[in-house]
Design a protein around this ligand. Structure first.
Ligand code: HEC
Ligand code: HEC
Length: 204
């Protein structure tokens, strides 16, 4: 792990302040049989979440994020942030409080195992968004926008949700707090954000 963090630092990604992936999750991911059992338990545990996040983690509501294919460590970290108030959303904060630790793990690995669904967007916007993505976001979120262990996947995400999230980091409205994100998106105008979000939605 030290070596990986060192590599990030030497690439100038500045992710040192990010929490290390959860040890229980790491152990689960390293054990295929335990992972499979947790995914099966997670599939049952998310029956209520499905009302908003969709049956298989692809939501039909533009303001509700897709969770399918998202990185499990990121999902778990966001659940933790809702739980301790570092991330604000009245409904999610209330809901997360009732989840036990093993349920959080099971839900995270279940959603991570599901298939994302890319969308279709206007070609000119997609092209403009790609240029800006490659300049400003690529170094952390990756070439295909699939993120990493600790950085979220953005590919196939709903454009409305993406735009709202980016604007919240940029304008420091308080719902989402992450200094690296706030500085990365500071130069963007609203129309740039729309274009980047359109591009990201089309990626598989
Ligand atoms: C009533 C609708 C609703 C239900 C039910 C719901 N969610 Fe959410 N969830 C949301 C919304 C809306 C957001 C986005 C909040 C924001 O804008 O920050 C969200 C965000 C999330 C995120 C953050 C995703 C990201 O990309 O950062 C996770 C993880 C999550 N929900 C997990 C769950 C789980 C697990 C359950 C079931 C225990 C659940 N949600 C049930 C509406 C819902
Ligand atoms: C220095 C690394 C870094 C750069 C550069 C960066 N990001 Fe991020 N991004 C992160 C991290 C870390 C998070 C998770 C923050 C949190 O926990 O709220 C994140 C979260 C996000 C989210 C929330 C995802 C979700 O599912 O809710 C969006 C959207 C996002 N970034 C878009 C972008 C865009 C667009 C750019 C380029 C303009 C960008 N990021 C550049 C590190 C970065």
């Amino acid at each position: 792990m030290k070596r990986i963090v060192g590599l990030f630092l030497s690439l100038g990604l500045g992710v040192s302040a990010q929490a290390a992936p959860d040890a229980a999750l790491q152990a689960l991911l390293a054990d295929p049989a335990a992972r499979q059992a947790a995914e099966a338990a997670g599939k049952k545990a998310v029956f209520f979440c499905a009302n908003c996040h969709g049956e298989n983690g692809v939501s039909k509501l533009p303001e509700v994020p897709n969770l399918a294919g998202q990185n499990p460590a990121y999902l778990l970290e966001q659940i933790r942030k809702f739980g301790n108030g570092q991330r604000r959303d009245e409904f999610m904060q209330g809901l997360i409080k009732v989840l036990k630790d093993d349920e959080r793990l099971q839900m995270s690995v279940f959603y991570a195992s599901q298939q994302p669904l890319p969308g279709k967007q206007e070609a000119a916007q997609v092209a403009a968004g790609k240029v800006m993505y490659e300049k400003l976001c690529w170094r952390c979120h990756g070439e295909q926008a699939r993120g990493s262990e600790i950085i979220p996947r953005l590919a196939s995400q709903h454009p409305e949700y993406l735009a709202t999230a980016v604007i919240r980091y940029r304008d420091k409205t308080g719902e989402r707090r992450d200094p690296q994100m706030s500085s990365a998106v500071a130069p963007l105008r609203d129309e740039d954000i729309k274009a980047i979000a359109a591009y990201l939605n089309t990626l598989p």
